[in-house]
Design a protein around this ligand. Structure first.
Ligand code: PRX
Length: 714
C-alpha cells in the first residue's frame, strides 16, 4: 500500500478503503442463475422438506441425533455435545460403538451377498472383482487377527498405511478400526520421505504397504518407498517395527527392493495362519480416535487431523445420505483416492455405513482414454458419481464428446476440492449428467471430516460456481479482519467461518493442541476461557463471498497453501524441499493458474555463491521436489533469480512473485527493500512465458487469490 499520509503510514480510513476495493472485486462477477433440481430425481430423493426445519439453528446440537441414529450403538451417549474442553468439542460422550461393525457386520444379515465394493483394476482387460459384505467381513477379520497376533498392537496404537487404490487398502483400514488401532493412510502418490515424516509424527509402530500397482498402464514399484519411509522415520527418531507388504498379485513380487529379514513380511504368506479367524470388535468410546489424516498448512510440517470414532462416523453417514442421496441399492463411484480425506469419508466410511456398493478404481481416469469413466459407469450401472474439477476439466479437454457415447445415467454428481468454473460446471451438468443429474458442489476441508457447504440435491437449487448455503446444522458467516459480519449480498469478500461446531470437526491436531487453537480459533475467539460454543467461531482459511440468497462462493485459501488439482501443498513444505538441492540458497513457491489442474506450483530459487544458473539446476530442483514430496509437487517452472523481492524485514513477498507468474498486478512494490529486482524478474519470467504461449486468462476469483496470496504472512 502506498505511503500517503505525512507520517508515512496510511490512515485507518485509507486502509479500510484499500481493503474494500480489493474485496469488492466480487461485485464484478456475473451472478449465476439458480437451477432447480432435475424433476425426475426429486421424487426419489432422500430428503423431505421437514429436514431443514429439524436442523434449524434453534435445534442445535440435538438435531445431529438424526445422524447418530443412522448408526448402530452398543451404548447410547450421555451427552450430545461436551464443550468443557472447548475448542476441543466432543460429540456423543459416553456412547460406545465400533466403526467396522457399522460399516461391515451390521449389513451381513440383509446385504451379506450384495457387493460392498467393486474393484476395477486399471488395465481394462483385467477382471473386475466383486467383494460382497460377507467377503469383506471375512477379509477384514483375517487381517485384523494378523495385526493383533502377529504385530501385537494395542488399542489406539498407530498404524501407517501407504497404499494404492486397491481393496487391500479398505481391508487394512477397517481391520484397524475393528480393533481400535488408529490408522493413518498416506496418499500412495506421495514419496517415501513424505510417508516417513507422517509416520514419525504419528509414532506409528507398523507400516502397511504394497509391492506395486498400476498407474497409466505401468506397473510401479511401490515397496521401494517403504524403505525410504523407514529411513526417514528413523532420522526423526521413530523406529517402525514391521513393514507388512501386500502383493498386487499374490505370490508374485514386483519390486526391486529387497525384503528385509525380520522387518518386512508378505501379507499373503502371513494370512495363511489366520484363515477363517473371527475377531471380536473392540468396544470403542465415541470420543476415541478413528484415524489421523495429514494435511498441509502454513508451517513446514504437515499436521495430523485427529478424527473421532462417533462424531466423524455419524457426520459422514448423515451427509452421505442427504447430500449424495445414497441408498443401499445404489452403485456409487467416487473417483478420489482413499489417501485423501474425500476417500476416507466418501468412498469408505460413509457409503459403507449406509450399506451401499462403493467402487474402487485403481488408475487414472483417462487411462487408456477419456471414455474410461463412462465405460465403467455403463458397465457397472453407476448412478452416483463424485469427482473433482481437475478431473472434469481433463475429461472435457481430452474427450468432450465421450459421455454421449455411453449408456449410463447418473442421478447425483458431486464436485469437490477446488472452485469449479461455471463453464466447467455446465459441461459437467449437460454432457456428463445429460441434464438429468443433480450436482452437489461440496466445499469442505480435511479438518472438517465432511461437507460444510453444499446444496441438498432434492431440495435446493444449484448455482454454477457456488457451493450453496452451509449444510444442515451448520451456520456459516463471513467476517472481515476485525470480526465484523459482512452482510449477505454486499459483494464484499472476507473470511468464511462456522458459528457452531459439528460432529465431523476433528478433535484436535495430533499432539499439537496449540496449533489447533491458533489456526482455527485464535482470530475470532471471544474468550479463551469460554465453555460456550457460541464464543468459538471456527475460521476455515478460505476467502468467500455470500450472495443475497445465502449461497457462498469460495475464492480459495487465504493462507500460504497452494491447491494443486484439489490437493493442499504448503509453500513452506515446498520451499524446504527445494532447498534440499545443494545449489539452492533460497526458494519461494507460488501458485500459477492452470487450465486443467486449477493451480500448479512455480518455484523461484536463488543460488548459493559459486553456482551459475543452468537447465541442470532447474531440473535438479524439480526432481528434488518430486523425491521429497511426490509427483504432485513437480513445479511447472523453476525460475532461477538473482534475488527475491523482499520486505525491509527480509521476508520474501510471494504475492509479488505470484503476480509476475500470473501476469496480474503485483501491487505496490515501493516499500520493498529491493524494488529493482521486480522489474528484472518480470522481464525474465514473462518474456519466457510469452514465447511459450503461457499467458493465462484469469477469472476474477483467481485474480483475487493471487492478489492476496501469502498476505497474512507478510
Ligand atoms: O480452499 C478450499 C478447497 O480445498 C481446501 C481444503 O483442501 P483439503 O483439506 O485437501 O480437502 C479437500 C477435500 C475436501 C479448502 O480450504 N476446496 C475444497 N472443496 C472446495 C474447495 N474450494 C471451492 N469449492 C469446493 N467445493
Amino acid at each position: 500500500m502506498a505511503d500517503t499520509t505525512p507520517t508515512g503510514s496510511p490512515s485507518a480510513a485509507e486502509q479500510r478503503e484499500a481493503a474494500l476495493s480489493e474485496a469488492q472485486i466480487a461485485v464484478h462477477w456475473r451472478e449465476e442463475e439458480l437451477i432447480p433440481p432435475p424433476p425426475g430425481f426429486q421424487e426419489h430423493a432422500n430428503a423431505d422438506s421437514g429436514i431443514l426445519e429439524r436442523f434449524a439453528p434453534e435445534n442445535f446440537p440435538q438435531c445431529f441425533e438424526e445422524y447418530a441414529n443412522l448408526l448402530t450403538w452398543e451404548k447410547r451417549w450421555d451427552t450430545i455435545l461436551d464443550t468443557s474442553g472447548a475448542p476441543h468439542f466432543l460429540w456423543w460422550k459416553g456412547g460406545r460403538l465400533n466403526a467396522c461393525v457399522n460399516c461391515v457386520d451390521r449389513h451381513l444379515a440383509d446385504r451379506g451377498d450384495e457387493d460392498a465394493m467393486i474393484f476395477i483394476p486399471e488395465l481394462e482387460e483385467d477382471e473386475i472383482q466383486h467383494i460382497t459384505y460377507s467377503d469383506l467381513h471375512r477379509r477384514v477379520n483375517e487381517f485384523a487377527a494378523l495385526l493383533r497376533d502377529f504385530c501385537g498392537l494395542q488399542r489406539q496404537d498407530r498404524v501407517s498405511t501407504h497404499m494404492p487404490m486397491v481393496p487391500e487398502l479398505p481391508v487394512s483400514l477397517l481391520a484397524c478400526a475393528r480393533l481400535g488401532y488408529i490408522h493413518s493412510q498416506v496418499f500412495g502418490g506421495f514419496s517415501g520421505e513424505a510417508c516417513g515424516m507422517r509416520a514419525a509424527d504419528a509414532q506409528a509402530r507398523i507400516l502397511i504397504t504394497m509391492d506395486s500397482y498400476y498407474r497409466n498402464g505401468e506397473l510401479i514399484d511401490h515397496k521401494v518407498k517403504a524403505d525410504e519411509a523407514i529411513e526417514r522415520a528413523r532420522k526423526e527418531g521413530v523406529e517402525i517395527e514391521k513393514v507388512l507388504v501386500w502383493r498386487r498379485m499374490p505370490g508374485e513380487y514386483h519390486s526391486d527392493s529387497p525384503m528385509i529379514e525380520g522387518r518386512d513380511f508378505f501379507v499373503d504368506e502371513l494370512l495363511e495362519d489366520y484363515r477363517g479367524q473371527q475377531v471380536e470388535p473392540e468396544s470403542m468410546e465415541a470420543t476415541d480416535t478413528l484415524f489421523l489424516m495429514y494435511s498441509s498448512g502454513t508451517t513446514g510440517r504437515s499436521k495430523g487431523a485427529q478424527h473421532s470414532v462417533g462424531g466423524y462416523l455419524s457426520y459422514v453417514t448423515g451427509t452421505c445420505k442427504y447430500y449424495l442421496d445414497i441408498h443401499p441399492e445404489d452403485t456409487y463411484w467416487c473417483m478420489a483416492d482413499i489417501g485423501w480425506i474425500t476417500g476416507h469419508s466418501y468412498i469408505l466410511y460413509g457409503p459403507l455405513a449406509l450399506g451401499t456398493t462403493t467402487l474402487i478404481y485403481e488408475g487414472v481416469p483417462t487411462y487408456p482414454d477419456a471414455g474410461r469413466p463412462w465405460r465403467i459407469a455403463e458397465k457397472l450401472g453407476v448412478n452416483i458419481f463424485h469427482t473433482a474439477p481437475t478431473s472434469i476439466r481433463m475429461l472435457r479437454k481430452l474427450g468432450p464428446d465421450e459421455p454421449a457415447k455411453y449408456n449410463y445415467q447418473f442421478k447425483v454428481m458431486t464436485t469437490v476440492g477446488e472452485p469449479i468454473e461455471p463453464d466447467v460446471w455446465r459441461w459437467y451438468y449437460h454432457s456428463v449428467g445429460k441434464d438429468k443429474a443433480a450436482i452437489t458442489d461440496t466445499w469442505w476441508l480435511t479438518e472438517t471430516g465432511g461437507f460444510l457447504g453444499a446444496t441438498l440435491p432434492g431440495l435446493q437449487a444449484m448455482k454454477p460456481g457456488s457451493c450453496g448455503p452451509t449444510v444442515l446444522g451448520i451456520e456459516g458467516v463471513i467476517y472481515d479482519e476485525d470480526g465484523n459480519e459482512i452482510p449477505k449480498g454486499s459483494g464484499v469478500a472476507g473470511n468464511i467461518c462456522m458459528r457452531n461446531p459439528w460432529p465431523g470437526l476433528m478433535m484436535t491436531i495430533w499432539r499439537q493442541d496449540q496449533r489447533y487453537f491458533d489456526i482455527f480459533f485464535s482470530k475470532y475467539n471471544r474468550d479463551p476461557n469460554s465453555k460456550d460454543w457460541r464464543d468459538w467461531p471456527a475460521m476455515m482459511g478460505d476467502g468467500a463471498v455470500q450472495a443475497a440468497d445465502g449461497y457462498f462462493r469460495i475464492l480459495g485459501r487465504i493462507d500460504d497453501v497452494i491447491n494443486v488439482a484439489g490437493h493442499r501443498l504448503g509453500t513452506k513444505e515446498l520451499e524446504s524441499a527445494a532447498i534440499e538441492a545443494e545449489e539452492i540458497a533460497e526458494a519461494a513457491a507460488v501458485p500459477v493458474h492452470d487450465e486443467t489442474r486449477g493451480r500448479v506450483v512455480e518455484m523461484y530459487v536463488a543460488l548459493k555463491p559459486g553456482y551459475e544458473a543452468s537447465k541442470e539446476i532447474e531440473q535438479h530442483v524439480s526432481d528434488t521436489l518430486v523425491r521429497v514430496i511426490g509427483p504432485i509437487a513437480r513445479p511447472k517452472h523453476v525460475w532461477i533469480v538473482s534475488d527475491m523481492p523482499k520486505t525491509r524485514s527480509g521476508k520474501i513477498m510471494r504475492r509479488v512473485i505470484a503476480g509476475i507468474s500470473n501476469f496480474t498486478d503485483v501491487g505496490d512494490v515501493t516499500t520493498l527493500a529491493n524494488p529493482d529486482v521486480v522489474e528484472s524478474i518480470t522481464e525474465h519470467v514473462q518474456s519466457a512465458k510469452r514465447a511459450a504461449g503461457e499467458v493465462p486468462d484469469l477469472s476474477a476469483e483467481a485474480q483475487h487469490e493471487i492478489k492476496t496470496f501469502g498476505a497474512d504472512s507478510e
